[in-house]
Design a protein around this ligand. Structure first.
Ligand code: ADP
Ligand code: MG
Length: 145
């Protein structure tokens, strides 16, 4: 895909797989947004920037997978923003600039292994987003206020 891939959509309720309980909440993008913008992309984990409802632009990791709610016939885009929010933001507009592919999806035999991998994804994302070419995407007009 030609990066950055820009996606804008409403935050919808997920399948309740307990991202929040693991300390890694993922804001699920509405299906329409995922289908339109992320259609040709590989399943897996990506890094980039995210903005909730015209707020600050923050680092994110996104998992592009298959949505169990739609019997795995549709894709799900789940965005973990590396920021601690005071409140949930269901129903709000989420803008995401996807900048790079991190890794394919894996099957996990333990929750521990999953959390370890996500923490590594987050570390990699922080490092990559510090590159000038990635950092400057924060100032794109796409992230209007
Ligand atoms: P769901 O299954 O409904 O997606 P999660 O446990 O994955 O539930 O939590 C996701 C929700 O948590 C988001 O929709 C958002 O409203 C809220 N949230 C709070 N902080 C964050 C964050 N840092 N990144 C993503 N979502 C967050
Ligand atoms: Mg979620």
């Amino acid at each position: 895909a030609p990066y950055p891939v820009l996606v804008e959509g409403e935050v919808v309720a997920g399948f309740g797989r307990g991202g929040k309980q693991l300390g890694i909440p993922t804001a699920n993008l509405a299906t329409a947004a995922v289908e339109k913008a992320l259609e040709d992309m590989d399943i897996g984990v990506y890094l980039g920037w995210a903005q909730v409802e015209g707020g600050d632009v923050m680092p994110m990791v996104m998992s592009l997978g298959w949505n169990p709610y739609f019997k795995n016939e549709k894709r799900s885009g789940e965005v973990h923003i590396m920021h601690t929010f005071d409140d949930d933001f269901y129903g709000k507009t989420l803008r995401v600039a996807v900048l790079a592919y991190v890794r394919p999806e894996r099957d996990y035999t333990s929750l521990d292994a999953l959390v370890t991998d996500i923490k590594e994804d987050i570390r990699i994302a922080h490092e990559a987003l510090a590159r000038p070419a990635y950092a400057q995407i924060k100032d794109e007009p796409f992230f209007r206020r």
